[in-house]
Design a protein. Sequence first.
Length: 405
Amino acid sequence: MIMEKFLVGFLILLLIIGLTCGAFVLLNEKNYDNMIEYIDTFKSEAENQLIPQKDESGNWYFTTDEDFKVLHLTDVHITGGVLNAEQDKKAIGAVAAMVTAEDPDLVIITGDISFAIPTTGTINNRYAHEMFIRLMENLGVYWTVTFGNHDDESFNYHRRQAVADMYADEKLERCLFMQSPKDVSGMGNHVINVKNSQGEVTQSLIMIDSHAYIHKGLIGGTIDSIFWNYDCVKQDQVDWYAGVIEQYQSKSSLLFFHIPLVEVKEAYDEYVGNGRVDTENVKWLFGVDGEDKNDEVVFSSRLENQQLFNKVLELGNTKAMFFGHDHLNNFVLDYKGVLFSYGYSIDYSAYSGIDQKGLQRGCAVLTINPDGEFGIENIVHENYYQDKYNSLEEGETVDMTPYYD
């Protein structure tokens, strides 16, 4: 009798779970349709755009003898879930407002475009990625992405390759994302060059996949996401990067990825350990170090013996690296002659109550000079809550004090 009651109770529980999941599937599909209607209210206002072409190796390049403008966005965190529909609308509106106002030659988004977790009402990351792709194509600018740790969580429906396939779709007219070369780890390692009218490569913009978590699979990935055990750029990617530098002989190059290198943490810790005074290796340039989780500020990879930064120093070509991941950091450091630059985040959903805070939200505007020179004067950080970004969703108001007081 007890066993029968247990089985009946268990079956009823399964039925309730099934009905609840089915209801959320229907609600999320309806929410997706509504969000697409909203996204389609944004139309291109881009004018006099540079038109990219492909070189003999199949890589994109722009040609100009003038300044080239890049807009760096990061950590958009669109959930695609019905429970976070209002936050998603704000994130979409923020991206649209800043892209429209800045009218860049190229937009580069360094990961965590999606944030499909159970508490948002869905684990189907397709919703978020398709919404974002639709938005960027509607805005009419050329753009590309690198992926972050949240773009394909271990419990998401779509794996990293499937996500990469969405961005590599040849039907997209403005997306310059490319699949990684064969036998190179990660998704979307690619380069976009800027050339002058004489055909010289003045700047190589290099996108690198910094991967997600150290362990693979549902359990390992989930545990790593809780304890922030992040992965890193692999040796074959470092070799590919060196090959790009050798191939194009650009006057200089910039790197874009999601998870900060271990050297970012080393540089920050050295600066703070010296009483927040510059050292021989580290110069604090500007920005905010707003993270404060378990007394950590920079959440870099947990792995040691990484070789990307050593190769950057050896080759001497890369002037700056741009990344995101730590939503409340937007500082810029000079470490051993290379600029480490966080971007402003967009996030309205990933941090509890972050939609009510505005100090950390915005973009970075990068100006590439015709001669290929690039320094701190070429990086401008812009907070979202200023008059020139006048498309704030429904008169949005926020608290401009730090997230962690």
